[in-house]
Write a protein that binds this ligand. Sequence first.
Ligand code: BGC
Length: 338
Amino acid sequence: MRILALSLLVRCILAVVPCLAPSLAAAKPPPPPFSSCVNLSNALEAPIEGHWGYTIRAEDIKRIAEAGFDAIRVPIRWSAHTEASPPHLIDPALFKRVDEVVAQGLSAGLKVIINVHHFEAFSSEPSRHAPQLAAMWEQISKHYTSAPDDVIFELINEPNDQATAQFMNRINQLLVTVIRETNPKRWIIFGGAQWGSLGGLLESLPPKARRVIASFHYYDPFSFTHQGATFVEPMQPAGKPWGTNAEHRSIANDMKRAAAYGETHGVPVLLGEFGVHITTKLEDRAHWLGHVRAGAEENGIGWCHWGWAAEFRMFDAENDVWIAPIRDALIRPNLEQN
Ligand code: BGC
């Protein structure tokens, strides 16, 4: 299998003409397999779970399900637990922990998305690290080959820098080929370059395969959603409001562009991350989130809020209470409709 993966990889990367067939015939896309999801941010995406202030708890997963969400996305930094040189073996202890979280999600009746998060070396030197990415997916796919269909794979979070749109087209196709060896029917989420943004997605082609979902992340305007975030350089000043008519229109327009991509390529579309930093006025956060959520839903786009209990939180894990305006901006309108 590894020989097949690596030889395909070399062919794809070196090909003058991309080894991508055109996407499957344009058709009305099937609906996404879930609609309202929560990102379990800052836990398994840290180099060691807990080091970024949050460890996933079974009771939180239950709370998410009971509130009416139908999926969780679990960002995982596999690369921190994988040998840097071939055969790139993943530490069994990480699999054990991910198995626990997956089981907790499934037993709460949720779909569970597992991804490859924060593989930063890949974005800096994608050709060099692509074999490791393929080797990780080969192992993850084998490990979950018998898992229920509710476990969903997502290829890689927010490729950027040297991982260009053209490069990602080839890598996405390669990874899907690797996964399909052991998981012929599992849903697979792919995204584009430029940090997984809408612009990046619009420049990408879906891998040629059935049951793939196109994902994009949405944090516009960045100076609003990331105000006060210390990991952003330069730091965006706090106090930025949101909500002019032009800003409302811009969200509506962007969601239509995302949906049009799905129509063109016959794939469901997912808004895989959207959220606002906690420095922002609570009312403004809820306002923006409600608009983005409604815009996605009006266009048949599933969504996944970033995030659960950290800097973009909807739940205060220290005191075990929901941040009610955030939860309500996301889920209450859906519950009221039912
Ligand atoms: C990154 C997080 C970040 C979030 C919002 C995610 O994809 O992995 O570290 O907090 O986007 O910027």
